[in-house]
Design a protein around this ligand. Structure first.
Ligand SMILES: *[C@@H]1O[C@H](CO)[C@@H](O)[C@H](O)[C@H]1NC(C)=O
Ligand SMILES: *[C@@H]1O[C@H](CO)[C@@H](O)[C@H](O)[C@H]1NC(C)=O
Ligand SMILES: *[C@@H]1O[C@H](CO)[C@@H](O)[C@H](O)[C@H]1NC(C)=O
Length: 643
């Protein structure tokens, strides 16, 4: 070794001792980037944080994003970039901008040497394909999707990024004039950027896990099914949403495109003309041309969701249920919260939230009817009878309200997740499959005591909020958070949630259709936390009984089409049976429950951005059903249910 090398080595060594390991400026395909090196108080390690690295150029309206041309000098990546243009919670104005395709990276470092070959976890936010941002809502002075806790506790790299949402992300004419899926392609570009560049940050490009919640979870699922991601993704986690969720695919995008075109004064009869005009329209006007009504709804909110991924014959080449061979080598965790439907149920039927307001048979029937449009009155009757059967024994208001939540949870999340798990397993080659149910009860203030884990409740624990903002949480919440981070990061490391540096409370067995195994995640876990066959009789009902009913077309298929009020825009589904509704969202930055103060005060969960989103399966009845046999998870060959 030469003298010079010794000197260099010496310098490296000493500076490391003084300041800890840090990356300094990193060379990427676009040029150098420089982040911030932060010392972690408690453990003495460090984390390098890069905020606002462009992964694509500013996109043109309703066009696929293109690669970023790069920059001269060193890009200071020290602050979050604005979110992609979207409506605010009031839907009266917009926030964010068009130049929004940026990502953020957290790299945990030890004291001496910079990390190498770390597993990489890429987060895809939810928000009903309508709202959301890479950093998420700010809560107790801490962003919901801050990657620091996951990165430093699990010793993994965390990446978050923005993608286009709402009409700008998903408007489609259903033909080549506006193929749609702009937001999904943004996601793919972010994943591909990470694959190409993460080694320079100390990541292992062969160990990439994508994870997401709600619309982000359905996005995760769709990315694993798209041929565009071949070889990019090693593992995936879907929290409350899959490609088969009834709100994940818009089967009639032209209907919604026409509504926007009409609102902004573009031609509606010729899609080439329409596309040309829409691309020249102010993107803020396009965004505001769609509004989702949140009160006084005639139909379940699901029916008012218009902008989401489409089967474009390219990025999503076919009905997702037929694309699982693409995920044959991608390890997969999918699960739901035990009351994922609660948020949507309380929009559709506010009485479930109010102690004194009763839920009558008529109220429930109306809800069922609105959620089973494709099967007409017979579908509504059968579903009503099936779900109300337990009321013969106990028809207390609490039981009724829980039934309302169960129905929405089943339709919006659980059934499609079970089918997706079965499809993944049936097509898997090297891949492993795991199923979970998250049931740590919601901490939202004012919720009735029977409410379990609501939609998006899992986010705060996955992102380690009970550690980042301990004042808002109890010891048991930290246990839940520790558990989730351990399973998630172990899985990202080697495809097995049980193995890795972080200890887990009990062994999580892989899912098979025969065992119907799933892990119930809550504050107290032991060897009885592995459970089997969650709501299998309901899965059988939907995939066999309900599925076999004739699909109703035309007159009477749907209740009179919702008219749209003056300002209320989006007219819901009108016609066809296949018109699938889409997910509710709720406010963007909504919610973050007010931080109250004291330690004991209930921490209101950050909810947020993500809460949004669900939707129905649709599809054709001609697809082959698949018989449920015995006790196995509703049957081997998953069917797609039409609601
Ligand atoms: C992923 O990371 C683990 C742990 O660092 C390592 O054993 C494995 O070889 C890596 N690569 C792949 C492709 O799994
Ligand atoms: C649905 O149930 C109602 C009330 O029980 C009954 O009158 C009606 O005929 C049923 N409709 C169908 C199509 O089954
Ligand atoms: C579960 O754990 C308990 C307590 O550790 C033990 O007694 C029991 O045998 C275990 N059961 C199984 C099925 O492993």
């Amino acid at each position: 070794m030469g003298r010079l090398e010794l000197v260099v080595l010496g310098l490296t060594c000493c500076s490391a001792v003084v300041s800890g390991a840090k990356l300094g400026s990193v060379y990427t395909e676009g040029g150098f980037v420089e982040g911030v090196n932060k010392k972690l108080g408690l453990f003495g390690g460090y984390v390098d944080i890069f905020k606002g690295i462009p992964y694509a150029a500013a996109p043109k309206v309703l066009e696929n994003a293109q690669r970023h041309p790069g920059w001269q000098g060193v890009l200071k990546a020290k602050g979050f970039k604005e979110r992609c243009l979207q409506a605010t919670i009031t839907q009266a104005s917009t926030h964010g901008g068009e130049d929004c395709l940026y990502l953020n990276i957290w790299v945990p470092q030890g004291k001496k040497e910079v990390s190498r070959d770390l597993p990489v976890m890429i987060w895809i936010y939810g928000g009903g394909f309508l709202i959301g941002a890479a950093n998420g809502v700010k809560f107790l002075n801490n962003y919901l999707y801050d990657g620091e806790e996951i990165a430093t506790r699990g010793n993994v790299i965390v990446v978050t990024f923005n993608y286009r949402v709402g009409p700008l992300g998903f408007l489609s004419t259903g033909d080549p004039n506006l193929p749609g899926n702009y937001g999904l392609r943004d996601q793919h570009m972010a994943i591909a950027w990470v694959k190409r560049n993460i080694a320079a940050f100390g990541g292992d490009p062969d160990n990439i896990t994508i994870f997401g919640e709600s619309a982000g979870a359905a996005s995760v699922s769709l990315q694993t099914l798209s041929p565009y991601n071949k070889g990019l993704i090693r593992r995936a986690i879907s929290q409350s949403g899959v490609a088969l969720s009834p709100w994940a695919i818009q089967k009639n995008p032209l209907l919604w495109a026409k509504r926007i075109a009409q609102k902004v004064g573009c031609p509606v009869d010729d899609t080439a003309q329409m596309a040309k005009c829409l691309k020249m329209t102010d993107p803020r006007a396009l965004t505001l041309a769609y509004k989702i009504p949140l009160t006084g709804l005639e139909y379940p909110i699901l029916q008012y969701l218009g902008f989401m991924p489409v089967i474009d014959g390219d990025f999503i080449p076919d009905d997702p249920v037929n694309l699982y061979a693409h995920a044959a080598d991608i390890d997969y965790i999918a699960g739901t919260n035990d009351m994922d439907g609660h948020l949507f149920a309380s929009i559709d039927m506010p009485a479930i939230q109010k102690h004194k307001q009763p839920v009558t048979d008529e109220d429930f029937f109306k809800l069922v009817r609105g959620l089973t449009i494709t099967k007409g009155l017979r579908g509504a009757n059968a579903t009503f009878d099936f779900y109300t059967a337990p009321w013969a024994k106990d028809s207390s208001q609490e039981v009724r309200k829980k039934t309302v939540v169960d129905l929405e949870t089943d339709i919006l999340f659980l059934m499609s997740t079970k089918i997706a798990l079965a499809q993944h397993r049936a097509n898997a080659k090297s891949a492993k499959t795991y199923s979970y149910l998250f049931s740590h009860p919601s901490r939202m203030p004012f919720y009735p005591s029977w409410v379990g884990a609501d939609h998006a409740d899992d986010l705060q624990y996955v992102f380690g909020k009970p550690f980042a903002t301990p004042l808002g949480y109890r010891a048991q919440d930290r246990t839940v958070s520790e558990t989730l981070i351990a399973y998630w990061t172990n899985f990202a490391r080697n495809g097995d949630p049980n193995m890795g540096p972080l200890a887990v409370p009990t062994r999580w067995h892989p899912y098979t259709p025969e065992s119907g195994d799933y892990l119930e995640i809550t504050k107290k876990m032991d060897n009885s936390s592995m459970k089997q066959h969650l709501r299998t009789s309901y899965l059988r009902y939907w995939t066999l009984t309900y599925w076999a009913l004739p699909t109703v077309n035309g007159e009477g298929a749907s209740p009179a089409p919702p008219t749209d009020g003056p300002d209320v825009t989006p007219a819901p589904p009108t016609d066809g049976p296949d018109v699938t509704p889409a997910p509710p969202t709720d406010g963007p930055d909504v919610t973050p429950a007010p931080p109250t103060d004291g330690p004991d005060v209930t921490p209101a969960p950050p909810t947020d951005d993500s809460k949004a989103s669900p939707m129905p399966f649709t599809h054709d009845p001609d697809a082959g059903p698949v018989p449920a046999t015995g006790d196995s998870e509703g049957a081997q060959m998953p069917v797609v249910i039409g609601f």
